[in-house]
Design a protein. Structure first.
Length: 131
């Protein structure tokens, strides 16, 4: 008998799930029975570009392991579209892991004004801060 918590019949949305911690969260929930919406814009770590490849790779990995997953490529700014993907594919949403973010891999003293401006604009738009 296993002591793992199971999520059979549950649906998880994981933003930023194309790599790193987001991918780990998506695989974790899928491994324990959840159906997963793998959301990722496919941008670089600095927020540039876009591609469906990152999300598609994670979906393929989950499906090859016998799990259920669909990809979504919307920005978290369009959260309703991400939820809509879950509803269309699985009919419900039980778990949301909001993992998406922009990496600014610099020490606090070295971060540039333009980096701060980008972070501020994202927080203003996505989280309602600075309004």
């Amino acid at each position: 008998m296993t002591n793992d918590i199971r999520y059979d019949g549950r649906v998880a949305i994981v933003t930023g799930a194309g790599g790193g911690l987001g991918k780990a969260y998506a695989l974790f929930f899928a491994n324990r029975g959840a159906s997963v919406v793998v959301n990722d814009l496919g941008v670089s770590a600095t927020g540039d570009g876009s591609s469906s490849k990152a999300a598609d790779i994670v979906v393929d990995e989950i499906q090859k392991l016998g799990g259920k997953a669909v990809a979504n490529y919307n920005s978290v700014e369009d959260g309703d579209k991400i939820v809509d993907t879950a509803m269309k594919a699985f009919g419900r949403v039980d778990i949301i892991i909001n993992n998406a973010g922009i990496l600014r891999d610099k020490s606090f003293a070295r971060i540039t004004d333009s980096d701060w401006d980008l972070i501020k604009s994202r927080l203003t738009t996505e989280q309602g801060f600075f309004q």
